[in-house]
Design a protein around this ligand. Structure first.
Ligand code: AMX
Length: 437
């Protein structure tokens, strides 16, 4: 079987050619206008960066190299004994644009399991963190420290040709992905289950299978399948979102993949981004507590208005780009509907009922451009049902997942020779002059 390295070697030249042609023939072609609203409005809608692996359509949602989420669920290989697509399958698709065979993904799983153990100094570092340090801070620090073994950094110091950057970047990215489960699980155990022995990686398991095992839930097949789906689905969401964009920006300085992704994780830790799933759960549990046994549409509606009138956002609803229910939300809902143990769960039923009411309320409220749920409206609530109730940890799982897309893009940025990112900023006075000119 062809390895991921050989597959990439084959697909890179065509993309390099495509870029070269665009550069040669269209460098000066205008593709859009910059409006004042873009400059003062967080650059929403401004088409200004290259990101090849996924494209987000406001109505349809995300496509990975042209494949929608239902397409991916159909064609991407599952783990032995499972039905859901794996992290390895999604990574292969993101990196190469091709659908791997089961054999190819299994080889990748074996490679990840073989090199996924943490260096001793890193275990000691993570063990020295106080349990009160936010798990995302721990994850970001751990990922940064893994750059101790960066092949890219070592090769750069030695002096390498630009055309070789991507190969060392790829090695770092694969090693980082391999080590993320052990790092993320160690943080979980230290913070929430201190003193419990963490098992070794199982050479026969896929990345997520091992992650769940190390977390201590290895005998829960349903949770393992949920996390396979969750981690594949959250793998990439275009390049402009805060974490992906951060990885890209930092990587463009030729910082190595560990440092780039460490920075991205700090962006993911914000409540408007990756922290939203924990906010949703907190909010849904508070609603559950207040409504008690009276969970009716009218009572949920009233609770929604109370949230909005107190000046808070409804967590899990709205999106910077999407203008319809997020297909990732739909995929997770369908996963729940297909499983009796989840269908009857009170928290999952409450998420469903909220979904039936919230879009109407948000439309009436009239502020958000998208009154529909994003993936976070359900993702954390399902984890809660499974007994993974430590919601400060949820963004860490998101962080394990988002590595797939953000690291893919670091490899491609090097393969395509993308330059240092450096947009031009303007002062208020300059902007004032520009609008008069
Ligand atoms: N509830 C109430 N008001 C909302 C809202 C919501 N869910 N979503 C947006 N609004 C408000 C905004 O606060 C803004 O109000 P303002 O004009 O007073 O500042 C107005 O509607 C317009 O915002 P927008 O253009 O529709 O959204 P945005 O692109 O600025 O922000 C997002 C997008 C996701 C940050 C926002 O919808 C939000 O805060 N949602 C709740 C938090 C959440 O679910 N985040 C998860 C995002 C997905 C992810 O990264 N994981």
């Amino acid at each position: 079987t062809k390895s991921i390295r050989d597959t990439l070697k084959e697909v890179i030249p065509a993309k390099q050619e495509q870029l070269k042609k665009l550069k040669a023939e269209h460098s000066q072609t205008v593709v859009g206008d910059i409006k004042v609203e873009n400059i003062i409005g967080g650059m929403r809608g401004l088409k200004s960066m290259l990101w090849d692996a996924s494209v987000l359509d406001p109505n349809e949602g995300i496509r990975f190299h042209g494949l929608s989420i239902p397409d991916c669920q159909k064609v991407l290989p599952a783990a032995p004994g499972g039905k859901e697509m794996t992290a390895e399958s999604m990574l292969w698709l993101l990196l190469t644009g091709q659908v791997p065979t089961s054999e190819q993904t299994r080889e990748l799983s074996a490679e990840f399991a073989a090199k996924g153990e943490l260096p001793k100094f890193l275990e000691d570092l993570v063990d020295s963190f106080p349990a009160s340090l936010h798990p995302m801070t721990q994850l970001s620090m751990g990922v940064a420290a893994l750059n101790h073994d960066s092949q890219f950094q070592a090769a750069y110091e030695r002096g390498i040709k630009k055309s070789e950057y991507w190969t060392y970047t790829l090695e770092d990215c694969l090693t980082l992905i391999a080590r993320l489960p052990a790092l993320a699980a160690r943080i979980y155990r230290n913070v929430y289950k201190p003193g419990v022995q963490i098992p070794a990686l199982d050479k026969n398991l896929d990345l997520v299978g091992n992650y769940v095992k190390l977390l201590g839930y290895g005998d829960n097949h349903s949770l393992t399948e949920y996390l396979r789906l969750y981690i594949a689905l959250h793998g990439d969401h275009e390049g402009g979102n805060a974490s992906a964009h951060t990885a890209h920006l930092v990587g463009s300085t030729l910082s190595d993949p560990y440092l780039s992704y460490s920075a991205a994780l700090l962006a993911l830790a914000g409540p408007l981004h990756g922290l939203a799933n924990q906010e949703v759960l907190r909010w849904q549990l508070a609603m559950q507590k207040e409504l008690g046994n009276n969970i009716t549409h009218d009572n949920i509606k009233e609770y929604l208005w109370k949230t909005l009138k107190s000046g808070q956002v409804v967590p899990g609803y709205g999106h910077g780009v999407l203008r319809n229910p997020d297909p990732r939300f739909i995929a997770l809902q369908e996963f729940c509907q297909g499983r009796p143990e989840l269908k009857d769960s009170p928290i999952i039923q409450l998420v469903n009922k909220t979904f039936e009411v919230a879009p109407g309320v948000l439309k009436e409220h009239g502020k958000t451009k998208n009154p529909y749920p994003n993936v976070d409206a359900t993702s954390g609530c399902v984890l809660y049902h499974y007994g993974l109730t430590e919601f400060k940890y949820y963004t860490v799982i998101f962080g394990v997942s988002r590595a797939l897309g953000a690291l893919t893009q670091l490899v491609w940025a090097k393969a395509l020779g993308l330059p240092l990112e450096r947009p031009k900023s303007v002062s208020l006075d300059v902007l004032g002059k520009l609008v008069k000119a």
